[in-house]
Design a protein around this ligand. Structure first.
Ligand code: TSX
Ligand code: MN
Length: 597
């Protein structure tokens, strides 16, 4: 049976790539599917798979009048988020994975997971999903092939990547592709593993059907394997949005920005400037991942490897993100949101009245006033980026965009001022390395605890975090025209726990200052922490109803807060041991000296 299937896989295959054929045959021999289907990415294939997913209950069609082309999926309630404790980096040496990753020895991991994969696709279909991460034909673009027994995964990958024949054509006969193997298995959390084999460019994922665990192009390839390849090949795979700001004069500046979860990356990437900024435009290149490498002109060029958005739904509304609301109005897959009686979707934080009655994310009746959430806090939309009203034309440019500024952000109720510019690249890397963000109720339950999250990469770095920070430092030698680095904090609170900065569209005011700094147009004020906007010639606050004291408070630097901040940073650096880069230790000493001096 198994060998027949393996032979059949080769016969029907729309490729002659010998490495790919041999690998698919080998994986089919292990997992023993009843059928093998090579995905071509066509419209007809999408219709076929969608119909089948509706028939088997994987997808619920939504009201074609209010949500045309949209479907709802409910995951197993035990399978609603990434599982960091079950995510492994499998390198020969434990130190290569570092202290911030779980590690398994590669042979031990292959053996353990082979036992789970053995025969797991009996009675099922194995889909062969070739996909490109990045615009087709681009020098930065990478090819992956995901083998999966989930039609939900195929339909998501179709939105999130350039999937099908085009990717296979780009691969040709090359053996340079990521080998991804996924089975939903029995969705048992005790038999769930997400294993990365950077040396083999391989990912094996078993026992989950959810998002980042199974859409292998995203966190697994584009970040964990990508960061590993980036170090070997001299580029950066980052957890960053990419946006373009165009001034009324028509000058466009491209900016990449890293924020930990729950800081509004997608909102920032699609932001609409306030009315005082008529003639300014923000366009989205990407909302989650940036691959950046030095270009022929000495600037740092970024591509968005993805083709869609896999965004958190709760909190999305016409005030926080009108462009996201438009983006998810059609051809969108919703996962774990609530269903309204008229076949629309609902979530906490949606515009309008709370409906009287709903079906909650678990498929149970829900009544207004219930203490339970109707949508899961980590419920998601999968939407094609082509739906985004402010999508940058450059999102499909294989060259990518030249990055002039890099922003590191975090959610901090105190300590970190609204905006500052790093003194230089090394200081900027220090700002990225010391990023921290306060937990929110939605994520953990414990509110306001600072978690260190260097460059927002803690869960996504595929090798030792100390080596990763050193790689960032080393990159300055290969980028003649370095982007300027900035730190921002939209989340500073006053004594009464109220957010001081209005945020959202008004972040345009901070962006304008960053653009002016990059173009060398405004003078600045030096502080202990970096360069900040001057009182005069600083931030444009026209039309903002903010008292001078509020601005003072949002931008203030309190030395006692910084003394405890430095202690908290030390705990993180100690974790890196001897791999904590010397240049960052020196930055730390300089900051201490400035504070004590
Ligand atoms: O996304 C956010 N951004 C970036 C937007 C471009 N959020 C939401 C974070 C959760 C995903 C923000 N929340 C931002 C922000 O700039 N700022 C805040 C804090 C805040 C919340 C509410 C108000 C002001 C600030 N104002 C009122 O509610 C009226
Ligand atoms: Mn992300």
């Amino acid at each position: 049976m198994a060998s027949t299937q393996a032979a059949a896989a080769t016969e029907q295959a729309p490729t002659k790539n010998p490495t790919l054929l041999a690998w698919v045959a080998k994986m089919a021999a292990m997992t023993q599917p009843d059928r093998i289907v090579w995905c071509d990415g066509s419209e007809a294939e999408k219709q076929r798979l969608t119909e089948q997913a509706v028939k088997d209950g994987t997808l619920i069609p939504l009201n074609p009048k209010t949500r045309p082309g949209c479907y709802l999926h409910r995951s197993n309630p035990n399978d609603v988020a990434r599982v960091e404790h079950l995510t492994f980096i499998c390198t020969p040496n434990k130190t290569d994975a570092g202290p911030t990753n779980n590690w398994m020895e590669p042979e031990a991991a292959y053996t353990k997971l082979s036992q789970l994969f053995e025969g797991c696709m009996k009675g099922r279909t194995m889909y062969v999903v070739p996909y490109a991460m990045g615009p087709l034909g681009g020098a930065s673009t990478k090819i992956g092939v995901e083998l999966t027994d989930s039609d939900y995964v195929v339909l998501n990958m179709r939105i999130m990547t350039r999937m099908g024949k085009a990717a296979l054509d780009m691969l040709g006969d090359s053996d340079d592709f990521n080998r991804g193997l996924h089975s939903t298995g029995d969705v048992n959390p005790d038999r769930r593993y997400i294993c990365h084999f950077p040396q083999d460019n391989t990912i094996w994922s078993f026992g989950s059907g959810y998002g980042g665990n199974v859409l292998l192009g995203k966190k697994c390839l584009a970040l964990r394997i990508g960061s590993y390849l980036g170090r070997e090949e001299g580029w950066l795979a980052e957890h960053m949005l990419i946006l373009g700001v165009t001034s009324p004069k028509g000058e466009t500046t491209y900016i990449a920005a890293a924020f930990p979860s729950a800081c509004g990356k997608t909102n920032f990437a699609m932001m609409i400037p306030p009315k005082e900024y008529a003639g300014w435009k923000i366009e989205t290149v990407g909302d989650d991942i940036a691959w950046m490498r030095p270009g022929p002109d000495g600037r740092l060029y970024a591509i968005n490897p993805e083709a869609g958005y896999f965004g958190v739904v709760p909190g999305t509304n016409y005030k926080t993100n009108p462009n996201a609301m438009e983006t998810i109005s059609k051809d969108t897959l919703f996962t774990n949101v609530a269903l309204t009686p008229d076949g629309d979707v609902w979530w906490e934080g949606k515009d309008g009245e709370v409906p009287e009655e709903l079906i909650d994310w678990q498929g149970k009746p829900w009544k207004k006033g219930s203490t339970e959430k109707a949508a899961h806090p980590n419920s998601r939309f999968t939407a094609p980026m082509s739906n985004n009203p402010v999508l940058s034309a450059k999102a499909n440019d294989p060259m990518g965009v030249p990055i002039s500024a890099i922003i590191f952000g975090g959610r901090r109720s105190n300590t970190v001022p609204l905006v500052l510019q790093a003194f230089n690249w090394t200081h900027g890397v220090f700002l990225g390395a010391t990023m921290g963000s306060e937990t929110t109720a939605a994520a953990t339950g414990k509110v306001g605890v600072v978690r260190r999250d260097p460059m927002a990469m803690l869960p996504f770095c595929g090798y030792h975090m100390g080596d990763y920070l050193q790689h960032w430092l080393d990159m300055q030698k290969s980028i003649p025209q370095l982007p300027k680095i900035f730190q921002v904090n939209w989340f500073r609170q006053d004594k009464n726990g109220k957010f001081i900065w209005p945020g959202f569209g008004d972040n345009m005011r901070v962006l304008e200052w960053i653009v002016n700094r990059v173009q060398g147009r405004v003078p600045t004020q030096e502080t202990l922490l970096g360069w900040v906007p001057r009182q005069d010639q600083g931030l444009n606050l026209n039309g903002l109803d903010l008292p001078a004291e509020a601005i003072q408070e949002a931008t203030s630097i309190k030395e006692d807060e910084w003394k405890s901040e430095l202690k908290s940073q030390e705990v993180f650096f100690e974790q890196l041991g001897t791999k904590a880069p010397e240049a960052l230790m020196l930055q730390r000493k300089l900051l201490i000296a400035r504070l004590d001096g």
